[in-house]
Design a protein. Structure first.
Ligand SMILES: O=C(O)[C@H](O)[C@@H](O)[C@H](O)[C@H](O)COP(=O)(O)O
Length: 260
């Protein structure tokens, strides 16, 4: 697992634009090297802020959208089209504006879908979908995602893996149902740390002073059960993308600002 690197930007708007530009370049390079790219999206303000910045990015259409596989790191287990669902918000922020191949967009099941109101059955189905997309060269029953995006909660949660809850302790399954999440809605579906750690690169997005404590805890050697963000590592790169307020509690000497 790769050690975390930290890049600090002036504010959340610049962080979103810089992360979007970084993501475009990563996707273009992956598509040039392997003919396609696979990205895992995250919900929340920072995740959707990145997607909105990507929609407006001058280089947006350097990406071949028809050869991009999109997955989700977690989902609020709500009926399809519910405005609170991560995929609903991602479609509004970017996905409905670009010519994706619908067969390559993999939303997590909805609470009114084939699995009824059973998040555990829905999680098993998504795990099977990931396994079917994995190849012999991949590291486990998930595709080798080029970039797996994660927002970071003020309590250090990532995806829907919350401190001390069962999901963060899962070591075998790649996707789990989440019950009683402290962040509403309480019922969710989430990738687990083993699935997250199969990604080539994991990028953690944290902007705003409400993330300063979480960033400091997760980057100061805390355990993954107490601080799930600490366990979110990529095989070749783990990148924390912060703004100045979110970096305020980090030892300045270790992580100098990356931009004005
Ligand atoms: O379903 C969700 O809510 C997200 O996937 C969640 O993991 C989010 O990324 C963090 O809570 C950060 O959210 P903010 O960026 O809005 O603070």
């Amino acid at each position: 697992m790769s050690a975390p690197e930290v890049v600090v930007h002036r504010d959340k708007e610049l962080m979103a634009k810089a992360a979007a530009a970084r993501l475009i370049t990563k996707i273009v390079d992956a598509q040039a090297a392997r003919g396609s790219a696979a990205i895992v999206l995250t919900g929340g303000r920072n995740g959707n802020g990145l997607l909105a910045a990507l929609a407006e990015a001058p280089a947006r259409d350097a990406v071949d959208w028809s050869r991009l596989d999109l997955w989700w790191g977690d989902e609020r287990f709500l009926p399809e089209g519910d405005p609170e669902r991560n995929d609903t918000q991602a479609r509004a922020a970017l996905l409905d504006s670009v010519p994706l191949d619908p067969a390559r967009v993999h939303p997590m099941p909805a609470a009114d879908g084939s699995y009824g109101n059973d998040p555990d059955a829905a999680a098993e189905a998504y795990a099977a979908e990931l396994a079917a997309a994995a190849g012999p060269e991949d590291h486990g029953p998930v595709p080798s995602f080029d970039v797996l995006l994660l927002g970071v909660g003020p309590d250090t949660h990532v995806a829907s893996l919350f401190p001390e809850l069962p999901g963060v302790r899962e070591t075998e399954r790649t996707v789990v149902g989440v019950h009683g999440a402290p962040k509403p809605p309480p019922t969710r579906i989430s990738l687990t740390l083993p699935a997250i750690r199969a990604a080539r690169q994991v990028w953690l997005l944290a902007a705003g002073e409400d993330k300063a404590n979480a960033a400091a805890i997760a980057l100061s050697g805390a355990g993954e059960v107490q601080a799930p963000a600490a366990g979110a590592r990529g095989r070749s790169r783990t990148l924390w993308l912060l703004d100045e307020p979110a970096a305020a509690q980090l030892p300045r000497g270790l992580y100098p600002p990356a931009s004005a």
